[in-house]
Design a protein around this ligand. Structure first.
Ligand SMILES: [Zn+2]
Length: 275
């Protein structure tokens, strides 16, 4: 499907670094980023094209490389003869997505070898729930208080939003949590992926800061939450907001005098089971 091919390549990724972070197009085909349904693919076939120390580069992949506040996928590569190699982390290095293997596994593979990849789906799906949850909370913060999210990071079953300005009202968290849970995280509001030109994006930047977009982009990958948010992003997301499940907003541990510049949330239903 045309949209799956290097859709992710030109994706606009938000992240832990000052936004926006736009990676150079990776040489491999990103099978998981073209549409919202592509994020639900769990297995794939590929060919080994590079063996840097401890890692494997493939001509195509479903593995998400750490970035945009979202942790990397884990899983397994099954090589020739059925040998299993555990993928312990995935990173973008030198413009390529590298799959780091446990126990010197890459020494047993060589360019041209066919591999079958299998994601650790429970981990990936939890990341998808967290990432969509983060976008939704960022959207509500912007709509209701005009506060932009500068960065976000997600790990385990928690996410942290770093905010442009402090949240001041003491009862904000409970109201925000109630609205998010009742209107979105318990209802099937559709989420989808769209690609738009920089010119079109500049006309409707939403909560994103269009003025920070680098020049030279040919397309921008957006995550759309129907009726509430659209945001440039290179991450993987769930297809309906209800899949996030209820969240709990956590009290700031060390709030600044003028209010907290961080918002922390936790998935109440814990790690994902297979869907
Ligand atoms: Zn995102």
């Amino acid at each position: 499907m045309a949209t799956t091919s290097p859709g992710g390549a030109k994706a606009f990724s938000r992240g832990f670094l000052p936004l926006p972070v736009i990676p150079a197009p990776p040489p491999e085909e990103a099978l998981h980023l073209g549409s919202i349904e592509d994020a639900y693919r769990k297995e794939f076939d590929a060919t080994v094209v590079a063996i840097p120390p401890g890692a494997v580069g493939l001509d195509r992949t479903l593995f998400y490389a750490e970035g945009g506040g979202q942790e990397s996928d884990r899983g397994t590569l099954v090589g020739p003869g059925g040998a299993d190699f555990r993928v312990v982390r995935v990173e973008r290095r030198g413009g390529r997505t590298l799959h780091y293997l446990a126990q010197r596994g890459s020494a047993h593979l060589q360019p041209g070898d066919p591999v079958h990849g299998i994601l650790d789906w429970g981990r990936r799906h939890t990341h998808m729930r967290l990432h969509t949850g983060q976008h939704l909370l960022s959207a509500l913060l912007f709509q209701q208080f005009g506060i932009r999210t500068l960065r976000a990071r997600m790990a385990g079953i928690e996410g942290v939003l770093e905010l442009e300005s402090p949240l001041r009202a003491p009862d904000v968290l409970s109201r925000l949590e109630q609205e998010a849970n009742e209107r979105y995280f318990s209802r099937p509001v559709p989420v989808r992926v769209a690609f738009v030109s920089p010119e079109e994006f500049a006309r409707r930047p939403g909560r994103s800061n269009a003025g920070r977009l680098p020049r030279g982009l040919t397309q921008i990958r957006l995550i759309l939450i129907e009726g509430v948010d659209e945001c440039p992003c290179g991450g993987t997301h769930v297809r309906k907001t209800g899949e996030v499940g209820p969240v709990r907003l956590l009290d700031p541990v060390d709030p600044a005098p003028g209010g907290s510049r961080q918002l922390k949330f936790r998935l109440r239903s814990g790690p994902s089971t297979d869907q």
